[in-house]
Write a protein that binds this ligand. Structure first.
Ligand code: NAD
Length: 248
């Protein structure tokens, strides 16, 4: 898949890893449609990169269907999906306040896992209309918490473990349509989520990384997403992007 000719949807495209991916793909010549529930930042970035913004809540069937229709109308079809919409949550199974709230567990899974699936199933149906043999590429965002989740990360790790676990069956299902599927499992990245933490906390997170001892740059995620799109033999794989960080 040539990035220069790609028509890409990036969810969570208003911020962090999604915004960096949207900028990178646009700089490589791709057409980009951003899906996000943050309209203000999404519209501003779409204007900056000459793309399209669709106000989408990934958990909502009708909202995603409308976003997909807007993307197809704007770009004439969809070849690439990078799913970055997500939330970070933390809560102990039994904490000072009592047992983990079921609502917060379900919400984390609804956005991070079910939301990613909701977008990819509708986008894949559009990709299937493209001429083959390769009709599309899907990149989902897991986390190293899928493998070494920490205390308080039961909900988040479950949602990301789901992303990792469905990667191979998605690739197998969508092989029929000529669509490749991979996931990126980022370590700790310098996005608004982490940059909001006190500098000492950011420094201690960076110190945990094996090498290089720093947070990942969103552009590094974006370049890997772009590489997955352009490397036609990469399929069904979850790639850690973490400076060899292993969380304890
Ligand atoms: P971020 O908060 O900067 O961006 C997330 C974006 O998703 C926001 O623009 C937000 O509005 C959007 N979003 C959230 N819920 C949504 C919904 N229901 N519908 C539509 N849009 C929604 O976060 P980020 O750091 O860029 O994270 C991107 C993804 O990468 C997330 O899935 C996150 O779990 C994952 N991740 C991040 C890190 C990290 O260190 N930053 C590490 C591992 C995994």
């Amino acid at each position: 898949m040539e990035l220069t000719a790609a028509r890409a949807v990036v969810t969570g495209g208003a911020s962090g890893l999604g915004a960096a991916t949207a900028r990178h793909l646009a700089a490589e010549g791709a057409q980009v449609t951003l899906f996000d529930r943050d309209s203000e930042r999404g519209m501003a970035l779409a204007a900056e990169i000459g793309g399209t913004f669709a106000a989408v809540d990934v958990t909502d069937e009708a909202s995603v269907a409308s976003g997909v229709a807007q993307a197809v109308a704007a770009m004439g079809g969809i070849d690439v999906l990078v799913n970055c919409a997500g939330i970070a949550t933390g809560e102990r199974v039994v904490g000072r306040e009592g047992p983990h709230r079921l609502e917060s567990f379900a919400r984390t899974v609804a956005i991070n896992l079910t939301g990613s699936f909701n977008v990819l199933r509708l986008v894949a149906a559009e990709m299937a209309k493209n001429p083959g043999p390769e009709r599309g590429v899907i990149v989902n965002t897991a986390s190293i918490a899928a493998f070494d989740g920490q205390k308080g990360q039961a909900a988040y790790a479950a949602s990301k473990g789901g992303i990792a676990g469905m990667t191979l069956p998605l690739a197998r299902d969508l092989a029929t349509q000529g669509i490749r599927v991979c996931a990126i499992a980022p370590g700790t990245f310098a996005t608004p989520m982490l940059k909001g933490l006190p500098i000492e906390v950011q420094e201690s997170l960076a110190a945990e990384v094996t090498f290089p001892k720093r947070l990942g740059e969103p552009e590094e995620y974006a370049r890997l997403a772009g590489f997955i799109v352009s490397c036609g033999y990469l399929n069904g794989e979850v790639i850690r992007l973490d400076g060899a960080l292993r969380m304890r």
